[in-house]
Design a protein around this ligand. Structure first.
Ligand code: BGC
Length: 374
């Protein structure tokens, strides 16, 4: 460790605190709520948030918490077996499916809760969950057979619909195909292709779809000089979620020039003093700095050997802890579009705090940097 002992103790204490916050709010059935208090998120668990939160808990050493989340997701997916078969048949028959026909991006936590309207058609979470369950099982020696039906449903759904335009990580732009969605699908399908519990035909389909999603992203989702990944195919915008295409999803390897140029562009355009914006036109709560994106970029920096930069992001994130010991979703520093902030606060209340995904990402980056009590 290069950091002084007191600094390390402080960063470690915040990891303990993050674990405690996630544990406190994890539902007895295993679901991680996105935020227990935020008006628009309360009562729901997202596959995207949950996959990263589970990875943070798994890395922290709380294998039981991650197991319980994966059990819960696998059950929710198993319930959708017939629905997915039906969707696949309808598409094969040439039917144009509407976003409302597709599987949700978030699931109600209470078994009998009705579902509110949402921007639900987002395929990235299905890839992320497959990726997360596989890395967790490998890390803790779990038998994937425990989650087999859910894994089969997620694999079939991702392999059938990876190429369909859908809402992105930020639940926007439903008419586009997004680099970071393809990155998540690539990782999940590649993970499924290697799973011995799956039958050969399913594994082959997963492999072919993973390869095709990567090829499409590299053919149509790269622009600029030097060439880098883009927010959506055919565009040239940058979005910080694209960092995930490098680490952890491996659509491009950390040393790859396209990956390096993507990270450079994110740092040049979206990084402010260690915090990271989502994208330049962001209006959500005025477009502040996101903690989970700071950790995602830091994770990439750690993976490419820039420990100093990664540690600075862990410190920046740690400094955003509220007096109540919670991480928000974003902080209103250097707002990109401040004129929109009041409207969001009036409609949805204050920024989601705690956001469990922020805490989960802190656990991941802390572990990546060896800031761990194990
Ligand atoms: C974000 C999503 C996130 C959801 C729940 C939305 O505002 O755009 O990425 O999954 O909140 O945290």
């Amino acid at each position: 460790m290069t950091e002084p002992l007191a600094d390390r103790e402080h960063l470690l204490e915040i990891a303990r605190r993050s674990h405690e916050v996630i544990r406190r709010y994890q539902d007895s059935g295993g679901a991680y709520p996105a935020s227990p208090s935020f008006s628009a998120y309360r009562g729901y668990s997202w596959l995207r948030d949950g996959a990263f939160i589970a990875e943070g808990m798994s890395r922290y050493g709380d294998a039981e918490s991650a197991d319980a989340f994966h059990d819960w997701v696998a059950e929710r997916l198993a319930e959708r077996r017939d629905e997915v078969d039906e969707l696949i048949l309808r598409r094969a028959a040439g039917e144009q499916l509407a976003p409302a026909d597709m599987l949700p991006t978030r699931f109600a936590i209470a078994p009998d809760a009705g579902a509110d309207e949402w921007w639900n058609f987002q395929t990235d979470g299905y890839g992320m969950w497959l990726w997360a369950v596989e890395v967790h099982a490998t890390r803790h020696g779990r038998d994937l057979d425990r989650w087999r039906t859910g894994i089969e449903v997620a694999t079939d759904y991702a392999a059938a619909f990876w190429d369909v335009p859908c809402y992105d990580w930020w639940e926007e732009n439903v008419d586009k195909r997004h680099g970071s969605t393809l990155g998540a699908l690539y990782a999940g399908l590649a993970a499924a292709a290697d799973m011995a519990i799956l039958d050969g035909a399913r594994r082959a389909k997963a492999r072919a779809s993973a390869d095709a999603s990567r090829t499409l992203a590299l053919d149509e989702g790269v622009a600029g000089s030097p060439p880098r990944l883009t927010k959506w195919l055919g565009g040239d915008q940058i979005d910080a979620s694209l960092a995930a295409c490098v680490v952890p999803f491996g659509l491009v390897a950390p040393g790859d020039p396209i990956g390096a140029a993507t990270l450079d562009e994110i740092r040049a355009r979206l990084d402010v003093g260690g915090g990271v914006h989502r994208y330049l036109a962001d209006q959500f709560f005025g477009g502040g700095l996101w903690l989970l994106l700071s950790c995602l970029v830091g994770w990439n920096e750690a993976a490419t050997g820039d420990r100093g930069a990664a540690l600075a992001r862990l410190r920046w994130t740690a400094a955003q802890l509220t007096a109540e010991g919670e991480f928000p979703e974003q902080v209103p520093t250097d707002l990109l579009n401040p004129e929109y902030r009041d409207e969001w606060v009036a409609n949805w209340g204050p920024v989601a705090t705690p956001l469990l995904w922020s805490h989960g990402m802190y656990l991941i980056l802390a572990d990546e940097l060896g800031v761990t009590s194990r």
